[in-house]
Design a protein around this ligand. Structure first.
Ligand code: F6R
Length: 621
């Protein structure tokens, strides 16, 4: 039975506190399916997905196998998809992914594993796909199909336009899907253009379907698939037509569902300060009216009459929210010394402050907080920037080649002994590059050099924001150094390194990002390390005088109702920040649009009309 809150949802949807919790629930379901089947001397047939989403789910299955004796002997698996033309041993093949993430860690017999054969020739594709369907049918169909969802709304690789009845086939990958894979493949040019995928029809035949989605970047597409019309443009929307399909979401991925985003539209709510601000800004946006011009009838006609009863009339409520929003704006992110700070986001004292910026990867910093760093420095605070990971995975082989060639060229004709070692080093780098090929694992020497390249870029970009090199630090967290995109797992050593760092700086302000990220992304993993570190340092004296400000790097910007501190930028300040970005090998896109968009929110609400704004949310327990 659907609750009133779920009235807009056309397919079963459960929101969990975290992806870990959702994965525990789903893994428990899978375990009991496997055990029930075993008790009846039958097989359990699972449809499996790849990508970052199922990684924590597979980890939980492995844990159940190791610690609770869950056997996979009677399990048969069918993977959703595979890139066309990718060798099974390729680092990014789904075959390799499944081996690394699950198959090599449980007792699943090889003969019971099925993955669409990406290496067939074009002529063989049709037959291979028919055979794949036939194999699924031969074992009695799929009992439980696991899915993720792409930003195009795809399930498997069923890109927009896939029909409800489509079966296993070859498909051309959408541009957005290829862009999302570009990082794994070290550049979009390396991402295959085609893939073999089970069809929507194949998926819908499964007896039960569980779609998982984590992080805010998935929120909009999830809401469309769950609440919108069934459409070929979003293949996940076809799950609405399945009797036993369910979306399992973490809080980030649920954020655009009506019950989460606009709870007052689905039933009575308990109004708190945050919700009131959200409702009023939403109404102002919706009606394209400044906050101060909203009328009683506007509230009444949009499901907020109870809000008026509690906090009205509109005139009072409008002024209250207008003032709240006004008080979030400050040109003094470190607090304004010698001023009444009752209505300012930051306290005036202590002055100067020790402000610490934690940055998951080089390049998450200047685009998001470059203007704020600059202001803090100009206003006399001590600003330190700590890069949590080296970012070396994002540096191309080309940069290493370039460096080694320059070294060799410099050594040319100099014959002296002093050049022997650099030339040997350049030779080693070039040899390592050749041995590993474009997608092989980087050697330690390559990773180190790539890390140094990133460090150089990061220092130059921050230099343009007014930072001295002595205030820039690199933590090189171990989870990153031993991992690969989508497959990171943090541990005690990461938390310990960050704990030591925070204890050394004893900051009055910490700026951090990642609270809304996919938990398996670099920012997501870093945020978890940060959370654990906060727990460990909760009783330290410096913590009682430390405020934590959350920023957004590449994720959706904060909504106007979420912003607790808005640091405006003039056109010149924005220009300076953008020019600092030119130091990066690949300049991040969309930075000015994001900053301008936040400024527009404020303008639309009837507040000041700035060129751009960097926005922060205060962290609370
Ligand atoms: C993977 C698959 C895709 C992914 C989707 C989300 O086998 O079929 O549909 O589930 O692209 O990818 P992630 O989880 O990496 O965000």
């Amino acid at each position: 039975m659907k609750s009133e809150a779920e009235q807009f949802e056309k397919v079963g949807t459960v929101v969990y506190e975290s992806s870990d919790e959702a994965c525990r629930v789903l893994a428990t379901e899978v375990a009991s399916l496997i055990r029930q089947r075993k008790a009846a001397s039958k097989n359990a047939v699972l449809g499996l997905a790849t990508g970052s989403t199922p990684v924590p789910f597979y980890r939980e299955l492995i844990r159940l196998h190791r610690e609770e004796g869950l056997s996979f002997e009677n399990v048969i698996t069918f993977n959703l998809d595979e890139y066309f033309g990718l060798e099974p041993q390729h680092h990014e093949s789904y075959f390799r992914f499944m081996r690394d993430q699950l198959f090599d860690h449980v007792n699943l017999p090889d003969s019971q594993i099925h993955i669409p054969p990406g290496m067939v020739t074009r002529e063989e594709v049709y037959t291979a796909c028919r055979e794949y369907e036939a194999k699924i049918e031969a074992v009695g169909g799929i009992d439980l199909q696991i899915l993720g969802i792409g930003r195009t709304g795809h399930i498997g690789f069923n890109e927009p336009g896939s029909s409800q009845d489509s079966l296993t086939r070859m498909i051309t990958l959408d541009k957005i899907t290829r862009e999302d894979a570009a990082r794994d493949f070290l550049g979009i040019e390396n991402v295959p253009r085609f893939a073999l995928t089970m069809g929507v029809g194949t998926i819908l035949r499964a007896r039960r379907i569980a779609l998982m989605a984590w992080g805010e970047n998935k929120a909009d597409i999830v809401a469309k698939a769950v609440e919108g019309e069934v459409t070929e443009a979003i293949s996940a929307s076809f799950l609405q037509r399945h009797e036993n399909a369910q979306f399992l979401l973490d809080r980030g991925a649920s954020r655009s569902l009506t019950r989460v985003k606009h709870p007052w539209l689905v039933g009575p709510v308990k109004w708190d300060d945050q919700l009131i601000r959200r409702a009023v800004t939403w109404l102002s946006n919706r009606l394209e009216k400044p906050v101060l011009k909203l009328l009683d009838e506007d509230y009444n006609e949009h499901g907020m009459s109870d809000l008026l009863t509690e906090c009205g009339p509109a005139y009072h409520l409008n002024i209250r929210i207008f003032n709240e929003l006004q008080h979030t704006i400050t040109g003094w992110p470190g607090g304004k010394p010698n001023e009444d700070d009752r209505y300012r986001p930051e306290r005036a004292l202590p002055y100067p402050k020790r402000s610490l910026f934690l940055v998951p990867e080089p390049m998450d910093d200047v685009p998001a907080v470059g203007g704020t760093i600059n202001r803090l420095i100009e206003q006399g605070h001590r600003v330190d920037v700590v890069f949590l990971t080296s970012g070396n995975l994002g540096v191309s082989d080309g940069s290493v080649e370039h460096f080694a060639t320059v070294l060799n060229d410099l050594a040319q004709g100099r014959g002296s002994n002093a050049w022997k070692e650099p030339v040997r080093y350049a030779g080693q780098l070039l040899g390592d590059l050749e041995n590993k090929g474009p997608f092989g694992e980087d050697t330690a020497a390559l990773r180190r050099l790539k890390g140094l390249v990133r460090r150089g870029e990061a220092r130059q970009a921050l230099h343009d924001c007014g930072m001295g090199a002595d205030r820039i630090h690199f933590l090189d967290l171990p989870f990153y150094e031993s991992g690969r995109y989508r497959r990171f797992a943090s541990g005690e050593a990461d938390v310990e390194a960050l704990r030591e760092c925070l204890t050394k700086f004893r900051p009055h302000q910490i700026y951090m990002t990642g609270s809304a990220s996919d938990p398996s992304s670099v920012t997501g993993v870093c945020y978890r390390v940060f959370q654990s570190t906060l727990q460990k340092t909760a009783k330290r004296k410096w913590r009682s005088d430390c405020r934590i400000w959350l920023y957004r790097s590449s994720e959706r910007p904060l909504g106007s109702y979420e912003i607790d501190m808005a640091v405006p930028m003039s056109p010149d300040q924005l220009k300076e920040k953008l020019s600092a970005l030119s130091h990066y090998d690949h300049e991040p896109e969309g930075v000015s649009e994001r900053d301008r968009m936040v400024a527009r929110y404020y303008d639309q609400l009837g507040l000041a009309n700035y060129e751009a704004i960097e926005a922060f949310q205060e962290w609370s327990e």
